[in-house]
Design a protein around this ligand. Structure first.
Ligand code: DER
Length: 237
């Protein structure tokens, strides 16, 4: 179908950005999956010398299956790298919404906490989307996922309501009860009726006691690759 074709085209365009010797951030989701598979083919066919830090069990398993070498943050030597140097050369990841100034909503796959850590360590953070993810205003089509301590869930839900959201605990589809993240925590999906001040909301949600992280990514993306039909549009911040 055309959406899969758009995601595949974006994934291949992203894989072409990877250079020999790079340390990558490997994102989660169906669009980035195409990029990880394409990078694996370049490793196999060209002997591309890369390694990637995965943002979830899903991304790690796919990278291993695709032949992309996987490393942990420990193994890339953050303890010795000068703090002026970005530990990751390029992070590739998807998004649920791309809004003004490349503001993002991520976390449909509940991987947003590790994704934000990895994105924050990258010299370049390229977001991979099909055109359906582009919005005029953040928060109009996707909720902001908030990873929470189960103990604190009722209190965090209440605080999110205080910020104007409807907060819904994310329940499993093939698991009874709440979705459990790679960290063993729960996810509240906070649906706002549009977000006027993403930067302010970013800080406000992180300030709620019991919140581990949320899917509003402000000021992190440097580029976005948008797939639509046959062509891929490249937008730089
Ligand atoms: O969960 C995530 O953050 C994913 O990156 C998600 O936002 C995009 O997944 P998709 O490429 O399957 O739409």
């Amino acid at each position: 179908d055309s959406q899969a074709d758009a995601k595949r085209a974006v994934g291949h365009a992203a894989a072409a950005l990877v250079e020999d010797g790079m340390t990558l951030g490997l994102g989660t989701g169906s669009t980035t999956a195409f990029a990880i598979e394409a990078i694996g083919r370049r490793v196999r066919d060209e002997g591309l010398d890369v390694r990637g830090v995965p943002t979830s069990y899903a991304a790690e398993r796919l990278a291993r299956e695709s032949g992309v070498p996987v490393v942990t943050l420990d193994e890339i030597g953050l303890d010795t790298l000068p703090t002026s140097r970005s530990p990751l050369d390029l992070a590739l990841d998807g998004a649920d919404e791309v809004g003004p100034a490349l503001g993002l909503i991520k976390g449909r796959g509940a991987a947003h906490v590790r994704e934000k850590v990895v994105a924050s360590l990258a010299a370049r953070f390229v977001v991979l989307v099909d055109a359906s993810k582009e919005v005029e205003r953040l928060g109009t089509q996707a909720p902001v996922p908030v990873e929470v301590l189960p103990f604190a869930e009722p209190a965090v839900a209440r605080a999110l309501r205080g910020l104007g959201a409807e907060a819904t605990l994310r329940m499993g589809e093939k698991k009874d009860g709440p979705v459990v993240t790679d960290q063993g925590l729960w996810v509240l999906d906070a649906r706002f009726d549009g977000i006027d001040d993403p930067a302010g909301l970013d800080v406000a949600i992180d300030g709620i006691p019991g919140v581990l992280g949320h899917g509003l990514f402000v000021g992190l993306a440097t580029d976005v690759l948008v797939g639509g039909g046959e062509q891929v549009r490249h937008v730089v911040q």
